[in-house]
Design a protein around this ligand. Structure first.
Ligand code: NAI
Length: 247
C-alpha cells in the first residue's frame, strides 16, 4: 500500500469527490480524517465504511471558510495524530448566476469557501509539514477555473485562484520537498452536477471528447497519485481529469 503510516485530511469529504478521495487514500493505507461542515451522519457513514474495509478513519466538523474554526481543527489533528502528511482541499460550493444578477453575497460565499478555505487549511498544514520536512497538499480546482464558464464568474475566479495559490505555495515549500499540486476535474457525476438541468448536462457532455461525465473515483485516483511518493518529483502542477475537455 502506497500510503501506509500516513495521516491525511480531506475537507468536505462526507460525499461526492471528497468521499471518493477519502476512501481511496484509506484503501492505500492512510489514516484519513474526514472533514465535514453540516452532514455529520454522512461523514460518520464514510468513516464506518472505511473501518469496515479494514482502514483507519475519523471525522471532524469545521467550516473551512471560518479561519478560527480551521485553526482549532488543525490544532486538534496535530495533538491527536502528532503529524499531517497529506492535505486534500476538496470542500467547494457553487452559487451560479449571470453577472448582472450575481449578488455580492453569492460572489463572496464562493470565494470564502473555495479559495479562502484553501488558504486557511494550507497555512496550518504548511506549518506542520515544515516541522516534519515532508508533506503533500492537493487542491481541487476545476475546468471552470481553466477555461471559464458562463454563469460561474464567482466559481471560476475561485478555482483559477486555487491554481495561482497552488503554484505560489509550491514555490514557497519546494526547498523542503513539500509538494503542492492541483487537480482540475471536468464534469464529474456528483450532487454538484446533478443540480444541472437536463439540457445543460447534455450540452456539457457534448464538450467532452470522451462523451461522458467522469466518476468521483477517477478524480480520487489522480489525487492519490499526487499525494503519494509516486509523484515525488512533481510540484506546482495542475492535473486535468476531464475526459479531454480542457486539452
Ligand atoms: P459536493 O457538493 O457533492 O461536495 C462538496 C463537499 O464540500 C460537501 O460535502 C460539502 O458539505 C462540503 N463543503 C461545502 N462547504 C464547506 C465548508 N465551508 N467547509 C467544509 N466543507 C464544506 O461537490 P463535489 O462535486 O463532490 O465537489 C468536490 C470538489 O470538486 C469541489 O471543490 C468542487 O468545486 C470540485 N469540482 C467538482 C466538479 C464536478 O463536476 N462535480 C468539477 C470540478 C471541480
Amino acid at each position: 500500500m502506497k500510503l501506509e503510516g500516513k495521516v491525511a485530511l480531506v475537507t468536505g469529504a462526507s460525499r461526492g469527490i471528497g468521499r471518493a478521495i477519502a476512501e481511496e487514500l484509506a484503501a492505500e493505507g492512510a489514516a484519513v480524517i474526514i472533514n465535514y461542515n453540516g452532514s455529520r451522519e454522512a461523514a460518520e457513514e464514510v468513516a464506518a465504511k472505511i473501518q469496515e474495509a479494514g482502514g483507519k478513519a475519523s471525522v471532524i466538523q469545521c467550516s473551512v471558510a471560518d479561519p478560527e474554526a480551521v485553526e482549532a481543527m488543525m490544532k486538534q489533528i496535530v495533538s491527536e495524530y502528532k503529524r499531517l502528511d497529506i492535505l486534500v482541499n476538496n470542500a467547494g460550493i457553487t452559487k451560479d448566476n449571470l453577472i448582472l444578477k450575481m449578488k455580492e453575497e453569492e460572489f463572496e460565499a464562493v470565494l470564502d469557501t473555495n479559495l479562502k478555505g484553501v488558504f486557511h487549511t494550507s497555512k496550518h498544514a504548511a506549518r506542520q509539514m515544515l516541522r516534519q520536512k515532508a508533506g503533500s497538499i492537493v487542491n481541487i480546482s476545476s475546468i471552470s477555473g481553466v477555461m471559464g464558464n458562463a454563469g460561474q464568474t464567482n466559481y471560476a475566479a475561485s478555482k483559477a485562484g486555487v491554481i495561482g495559490f497552488t503554484k505560489s505555495l509550491a514555490r514557497e515549500l519546494a526547498s523542503r520537498e513539500i509538494r503542492v499540486n492541483a487537480v482540475a476535474p471536468g464534469f464529474i457525476e456528483t450532487d454538484m452536477t446533478e443540480k444541472l438541468p437536463e439540457s445543460a448536462a447534455e450540452a456539457g457532455k457534448s464538450q467532452v471528447p470522451f462523451g461522458r461525465f467522469g466518476k468521483a473515483q477517477e478524480v480520487a485516483k489522480a489525487v492519490c497519485f499526487l499525494a503519494s511518493a509516486d509523484a515525488s518529483y512533481i510540484t506546482g502542477q495542475v492535473l486535468h481529469v476531464d475526459g479531454g475537455m480542457g486539452m
